[in-house]
Design a protein around this ligand. Structure first.
Ligand code: VGL
Ligand code: ZN
Length: 195
């Protein structure tokens, strides 16, 4: 059996892969490091290979904050400083096999606004319209913040949302946040995809 026919769901025209915030600061050793988050890289690379082979669009978001972003503890926010635009911690992990023509979406770039959704204040929706995308395959970090808000916004905007369950990890500020976030996404109409 070929690799492709063994895939649970085969990407097709109208699909795009959206990789959320696989940046050093969210990976173990980073300033907002998520336990086990490096485990998303290998399965995401397999999805990248499938989308590339099918000639389908691949987009990658990045948390891209100014140095005094309102979400940081020094500004009264809840997070340690992370993903400051242009800093080493804001880089995509080098093992993530992003293609040269990946569309990069920077988000939460304004000092005075938190923005967990990849759609908030970005041109993501314009890109998806131009590319005639109907269905988003979404994986990355973190399940309980940017993935959750991106999936919910995507569903509200009329996209089908396929959640790559092996490719997401949660911050879990409260134990169970990640599981609750997944349950909320599926209750809202997102579809779990293995692998
Ligand atoms: C995120 C916490 C703070 C995320 C971003 O990408 O999920 N989480 N900033
Ligand atoms: Zn952030």
């Amino acid at each position: 059996m070929s690799q492709e026919s063994a895939d649970p769901i085969r990407p097709q025209t109208g699909d795009a892969l959206l990789i959320v915030d696989v940046q050093y600061d969210f990976l173990p050793g980073g300033s907002l490091g998520i336990a086990g988050a490096d485990a998303v890289i290998a399965p995401l690379n397999a999805w990248i290979a499938r989308f590339r082979a099918a000639g389908l669009p691949i987009l990658a978001t990045r948390d891209w904050h100014p140095p005094d972003h309102c979400s940081f503890v020094a500004q009264g926010g809840i997070w340690p400083e992370h993903c400051v635009a242009g800093s080493p911690g804001a880089r995509f992990h080098a093992d993530l096999a992003l293609p040269e023509d990946v569309l990069v979406i920077s988000k939460a770039t304004r000092q005075d606004a938190e923005a967990y959704s990849s759609f908030a204040g970005t041109d993501l929706a314009e890109h998806l319209r131009r590319l005639a995308v109907k269905r988003l395959f979404i994986g990355g970090l973190a399940t309980d913040y940017c993935v959750l808000n991106t999936v919910e916004d995507g569903l509200h905007l009329g996209y089908a949302a396929m959640v790559l369950v092996a490719c997401v990890r949660a911050v879990n500020v409260r134990p169970g946040d990640g599981e609750r976030a997944l349950a909320a996404m599926f209750a809202a109409g997102a579809v779990p995809v293995e692998g």
